[in-house]
Every structure is written in C-alpha cells, then in structure tokens.
Design a protein around this ligand. Structure first.
Ligand SMILES: [Zn+2]
Length: 165
C-alpha cells in the first residue's frame, strides 16, 4: 500500500496584533509579530524574544521564554529567523492522483493547544473543515490508529493517519 509520512512541528499560533503603548509613538499602537525570534544570553539564562513591530516600525521585543543554561559553558546562541510552525501544506489532490492510500503525519513537536480539525483544515487546502470533520467522524482520519473526535488536541509524538478511500 502506497503511503507517505510528513513530519510537522506545531508551535503557538502567533497572535495577530497586540495593543500596547508605544514609547516612540507616544500612543497605543498595534504591534504585529514579525515572526523573527532572537535569543539573548544573560548570565546563566537565555531569553527568547519575539520581535514585534508597531505600525510605524518601532520594535518591541516580547519575552517568550527563559531557559537556564545547564553548564558553565554557555553555547553560542544563533539568531534564529523562523520558529513558527514548520508545517508543509499537504497537496491532497495530487497525492491521491499519485495513488497514495495512506498519509501519515508525525508530530515531532507540539507547542500550545492545537485541535486536529483546525490544524488539518489549515494545511489541507483541498478539503474544507466540514469535510475534515466528516472524515474524522467516519474514522478516515485517525490519531494513533484510533478514531477520535474533531476537537481532539494534538500532542508531541502522536501520529495522524489519513486514509484515502
Ligand atoms: Zn511606534
């Protein structure tokens, strides 16, 4: 049986805009996530920031996480560009045309809360959310070889299987 496996890393769905007082503008501005992430080492801690920009392009570094370095040797911190979801859209129609019968998606990492129906509706452009919900309810889309609810949440290490009929 022809099958294919995708590997996904799901991260927190980025906030669209954050209302915050901008010191440079001197007023309440809407900051948007540029999806650029940076790490700053400070003593024994590493701070992860998301870089947000206001409408006038002033930056605001939103603190996302603090990590403790685990040895005296502080590793070199690389500036990372994209840390949002590493998810490839699934071209379902062309995969079906190629004769694929099962599509597996292995979740290498999951940060935050993600419903299976929403994630799949976002990534499978050829199928609507209604179609996806229908397939989940009929067991044509399973999680860890089990029939689940469309509202089921995804966790790291799980495997989604899509059976093409
Ligand atoms: Zn500003």
């Amino acid at each position: 049986m022809l099958n294919i496996t995708f590997h996904w890393k799901l991260s927190q769905i980025p906030e669209r805009g954050v209302k915050k007082h901008c010191k440079m503008c001197g007023k309440l501005s809407v900051f948007t996530d540029t999806n650029v992430r940076r790490h700053n080492a400070n003593g024994k801690s590493i701070y992860q920031y998301a870089i947000y920009k206001c409408e006038k392009n002033h930056t605001w570094n939103k603190k996302l996480a603090v990590y403790k370095t685990f040895s005296e040797h502080v590793p070199e911190i690389e500036e990372q560009k994209e840390e949002t979801s590493i998810v490839s859209a699934i071209p379902i129609t062309s995969l079906v045309e190629q004769g694929l019968k099962v599509i597996h998606i292995v979740l290498d990492d999951v940060i935050g809360k993600h419903r299976i129906d929403k994630v799949l509706a976002n990534q499978i452009e050829d199928w609507s959310r209604t179609q996806i919900i229908d397939k989940i309810e009929k067991g044509a889309i399973q999680l860890n070889e089990q029939v689940i609810k469309p509202s089921s949440r995804l966790s790291k290490g799980e495997r989604i299987s899509i059976f093409i009929d």
